[in-house]
Design a protein around this ligand. Sequence first.
Ligand SMILES: *Cc1c(COP(=O)(O)O)cnc(C)c1O
Length: 463
Amino acid sequence: MKYISTRGAAPILTFEEAMLTGLARDGGLYVPETIPQMAAEEIAALAGLSYEEVAFRVMRPFVGDTFSDAEFGDIIARAYAGFGHSARAPLVELSSNHFLLELFHGPTLAFKDFAMQLIGQLFEVALARRGERVTIVGATSGDTGSAAIEAFRGLDAVDVFILYPHGRVSEVQRRQMTTPTEANVHAIAIDGHFDDCQARLKDMFNDFDFRDGVRLAGVNSINWARVLAQVVYYFSSAVALGAPHRKVSFTVPTGNFGDIFAGYIAKRMGLGIDQLVVATNQNDILYRCLSTGAYQTQEVIPSISPSMDIQVSSNFERALFDAYDRDGAAVAQLMEDLKSTGGFCVSQGVQQRLANDFTSGRASEAQTTAAIAHWHQHSGELLCPHSAIGVHVAEAMRDSATPMITLATAHPAKFPAAVEAAAGLHPPLPERMADLYDRPERMSRVANDLSALKAFIEERITS
Ligand SMILES: *Cc1c(COP(=O)(O)O)cnc(C)c1O
């Protein structure tokens, strides 16, 4: 299995190389050269298997010969052993034919753990074999950073630096990043928005002297291995509701387009998906682009769903690459326009192709709050604000004949202020992390400035 860049001008890599590299050297994102297919019988055979077994069968063809079957099976087992639910990704019925896929039973209470715990184990095995170490730098609106620090803390071959927007993450998110005591993990508060953190991260990757000097590796959702890990729960949940014998739909609270893109990959592999619904908050660039064809950035407006406060949605580039018939030069031109003018327009043909795969809706702050209150009253389910956006949009978009699965992307206790304001009830942290508020914090504050960040990292890496 080979991986190619969405901008068509970077080396073709193996799974292992693409995973360790993150962003392609031409600024693009790696995607598989071809999408492996799963026949209806193979999908049917997933019924009744454990989450780990489904993960093995769905991901195996993408990994190529990077890992042996035994190695890969062990990696998956270690990745999900720390989850607080034996099903890993349980489904609960919210209302008739509307299901919630609970993706928040991992160690940091958000779906990011599914990918990050796997990546931690993949990196550890690959780097030990190569006798190498890497510096991981990540940008986070809150959940990626906590998941990355949790997954890599104490591992031998990596130093981890996480950039987060100062004052714009929830207290639980911040504490999950600032309380681990291992010397190889660093939380860095940046004066700016998430998009600033993401822009500085891209600057570091495009500074080849720095990139090669510190052996930079990326674990943001641009990393193909993250998308791949997320494909698994589309299969496990669809099969639980009758796939391949009947179609299901998904609604996905979306920011960087990584999670919903994993659903698109599942569909391309052969899973019968009717609707893939992109749900956004008031930062609705994806909703606007999918409905008008114009991808136009605006100021980020902070919301009660901070993990979706994004205007530059990195993984959308992967969807554009397919919509443009995998024409890397066309994608490179769009990204050039985005950089120089703050936006671009897709052609009508491309807009139509995107519409064949994705529909979209959005929720205002008031609708989000109302959804939290409504579903708590009517189903007893306490939703985090991101999941509430998904549920609100799903209710508006779904038809009653097709099962709708809404991805619940975080535990309500990760966003206690917003949940309490809406439902009048303080969501308690799960037992296993009840002392989070008592642990001492450790973080550094660095200016939104490339050279300051480079110096900070160079001073602190182990080798
Ligand atoms: C990251 C995140 C999202 C958005 O996921 P993307 O893959 O960036 O689209 C939604 N909800 C929560 C809780 C998240 O942490």
